[in-house]
Design a protein around this ligand. Sequence first.
Ligand code: CP
Length: 297
Amino acid sequence: MRHIIDLCDLTEKEFSDLYKLTTNIIDRPEGYADACRGKVLGSLFYEPSTRTNFSFQTAMLRAGGTVFGFADPKSTSTAKGETLKDTIKMVSGYADVVVMRNPKEGAAKAASLYSNVPVVNAGDGWHAHPTQALLDAFSLRQVWGHDRNAFKGKNLLILGDCAHSRVCRSNVLLLTKLGVNVSLCAPRTLLPAGVDNWPVTVHTDSKKAVRDMDAVMCLRLQLERQQAGLLPDLREYSKRFCLTTAHMELARSGAHIMHPGPILRGLDVSDALADSSQSLILDQVSAGVSVRMAVLY
Ligand code: CP
């Protein structure tokens, strides 16, 4: 196993191999019940998480390994002033693999330089969330088909707070590499800096943006990361950017809805759509465990 910090260097072949392994794990879980026997996962969450933290833990336990770690750095010597460097040096002496979420962009890369064991980035600020993109692509492949060209020419819209989203950045990297036409839609203030140089189409009108889409990935409005004075009016934001059934009537027939979670219902996506038959949200959640088992394998 190697460090997984972002998806810049992941090849189409490596994605395909990971996809095959994940599929095998789903089809024959008993064959992987001891895949990580004797291995210890150090799970370091400096930021809140439900899905990523618990699915990595579940993945390691289902593969026969064990887990230690924290979900709140205040319970560790970080609260006494210990640096990330020292924490990683300690933890990599106890664990065989480190999974880390951290609010600072670049923290996962820094951890990989200090660690004696592989580091998996579980999200570093707005920079990257590689295993989320892997599970999102896996979920899409389950509905778009297993053919190696299944992604080519598909249209996917990422809608919402793209500026603060590591999920957006990792998905743009992976999905464009797999041949998907990716569009982003957000208010101007919530588009990423430098987006005009990204390989995407940019919109600020959500009704125009959803036309001809095969999938729409909604993003959470990250209230905790908004710059002072730039938080949009929530009522206005919801009217313009919350995905509704009216939007989906403009998308392609059978288009799917995704959301990495946590969902702000009524702000990112309507309650009805989040729970509709078009929604892949629960498929993404269950893919999370299997994909992360494959990553830890
Ligand atoms: N998708 C995601 O990263 O969710 P959590 O913050 O709950 O881990």
